[in-house]
Design a protein around this ligand. Sequence first.
Ligand SMILES: [Mg+2]
Length: 258
Amino acid sequence: MTSPTRNPFRAATTLTGVALACGAAAVSAQTTTTTASMELVMLVDSSGSIDNTEFALQRQGYIDAFRDTDVQAAVASRDGVAVRLAYWSNHNQLQASSWYVLRDAADCEAFSTVIEGMARPFSSGTDMAPALDWAVADLTNNTIASSRMVIDVSGDGICEIYSAAHRDDDDDDDDDDDDGTSGYDWDQTMTSISDNGVTLNAISVGNTSGLEAWYADNLPTGPGSFAMHADDFVDFGDGIKQKLIREITPSVAAALYD
Ligand SMILES: [Mg+2]
């Protein structure tokens, strides 16, 4: 196992006050190990390309998903589903809820209330890579023991660090290794995900040119990983429900959606 070399969000804001409002037990970083069937980090795009109306629809999609009876049944069928939601934008901008272990419908309802309490923190760049680095470090270092670690990333844009890293800035025939400014390396981020046994699933939204293909080609990592696309933020909510069911109960989702 390798550890990510960069973790700019180790001291990221955790919404403790919001966490206390949730009926599900928040996992304290100081307690002994908690067990769950899986751990799921939801990384949600809070970059400036998403206007406030779209952001509200996106947030409502996650809120509604955890209030959906099919999602709640999927959660109840497992022996604990640990979840955490984080908003990301620029490379130094990430705000996360606490970890919660959901076991029944009431826990899912409570987690929806947590999401409702998280105001939009940022509206800057589309730096997905640092958020992915943070999530890998969080999954591998937290006090939750499970047999499956999953990152679920959503957004409406191509990662700017990827774009910069794959631009040929010096007119030779090779892509340059990094974006030359932030020091992040897209390939290193993706290698860290696979080397740590983390599964990465993704859902893109909107009509940005090349977005759906970029998500499908560059993000899914690990056995059974997948990418989905929603045409707009209104459709996004249904996509999130399907995605959660597919992540929590892959065999059930295969029957429903394949
Ligand atoms: Mg963006």
